[in-house]
Design a protein around this ligand. Structure first.
Ligand SMILES: NC(=O)c1ccc[n+]([C@@H]2O[C@H](COP(=O)([O-])OP(=O)(O)OC[C@H]3O[C@@H](n4cnc5c(N)ncnc54)[C@H](OP(=O)(O)O)[C@@H]3O)[C@@H](O)[C@H]2O)c1
Length: 253
């Protein structure tokens, strides 16, 4: 199958492209780096020609509230229009578990808006709602940095490896459209504060972790399980220790 991977140079996209090649498919990585821009429309009609499936794993270059919402809605509208013109039979996108439960976060509102565009469009689709990637743990922890300590929420996160996300996206892309969402989480749910302690133990970081129920995550307070998937979610196989062992020194911390 010809499968266009929008964001094919990114973390998830490049991994999906490798997996599709290994399985004998014909993936086409598409992003500004290859002359395809979902915002300006450049290169979209050409890359869609003869495509069976489009996987959208692009991410916004700017994350302030208005810009990120504009990115995901415009990008998705332009993509779906090009897919309709080319007769593409399946649109696969990656969203975030619980995005609809946290309307105070601009980034999560933008992902909900992306999902709404897909649901309202006429291209058969599958939305993978993933939990947060291990790769963003260090950035999340640093968002609470205050001198020699980090102040973080006790809200649960069920971190997942990008490799498990890419494997799941690949499987969904070569399957039939689900016409709805599929959830994916990692093997363990911990408070963000406890994830920080786990990370600090692994990296030898001596800072103190302060647990604060009012500390914000992406602009929003967490009460408990908003970011964890429900019953029936797929569960990735890669746990923290296995993921950490694959990280180049310095990257994970
Ligand atoms: N981070 C998390 O914890 C998490 C959790 C659940 C879901 N997700 C979702 O997972 C998806 C993939 O994330 P990622 O971390 O793999 O992204 P990433 O590594 O930041 O890659 C972003 C990709 O988007 C492409 N891109 C940017 N602007 C574009 C445009 N105008 N047209 C076409 N492509 C464009 C980039 O292309 P160039 O390299 O050419 O600039 C790059 O290939 C995102 O939708 C994100 O919301 C993330």
């Amino acid at each position: 199958m010809k499968i266009v991977v929008i964001g094919g140079s990114g973390r998830i996209g490049s991994n999906v492209v490798r997996r599709l090649v290994a399985q004998g498919h014909d993936p086409v990585p598409a992003s500004p780096a290859t002359g395809v821009d979902t915002i300006t429309g450049e290169g979209l009609a050409d890359v869609m020609m003869g495509a069976d499936v489009v996987v959208d794993v692009a991410n916004a270059p700017v994350w302030d509230d208005e810009a990120v919402r504009e990115f995901f809605t415009t990008s998705t509208r332009n993509l779906l229009a090009a897919e309709r013109n080319a007769g593409v039979g399946h649109h696969v996108a990656v969203s975030i578990v619980g995005a609809d439960r946290l309307p105070d976060s601009g980034y999560l509102r933008a992902k909900v808006a992306q999902e709404a565009e897909i649901e309202a469009g006429s291209v058969p689709y599958t939305i993978l709602r993933s939990t947060q990637f291990f790769d963003f743990l260090a950035q999340t922890v640093e968002s609470g940095a205050e001198g020699d300590s980090v102040r973080l929420s006790r809200g649960l996160m069920q971190l997942v490896a990008a490799d498990d996300v890419a494997a799941t996206v690949t499987g969904l892309a070569i399957g039939a459209p689900v016409g709805g969402g599929v959830e994916l989480g990692g093997p363990e749910a911990l408070g963000i504060d406890d994830w920080a302690r786990r990370l600090f133990a692994a990296t030898g970081d001596n800072r103190t972790v302060v647990s604060d129920p009012h500390a914000r995550y992406f602009g929003t307070e967490l009460r408990g399980g908003e970011l964890t998937p429900g019953d029936g979610a797929r569960i990735g196989a890669i746990d923290f220790d296995t993921w950490f062992a694959t990280q180049p020194q310095g990257v994970a911390g």
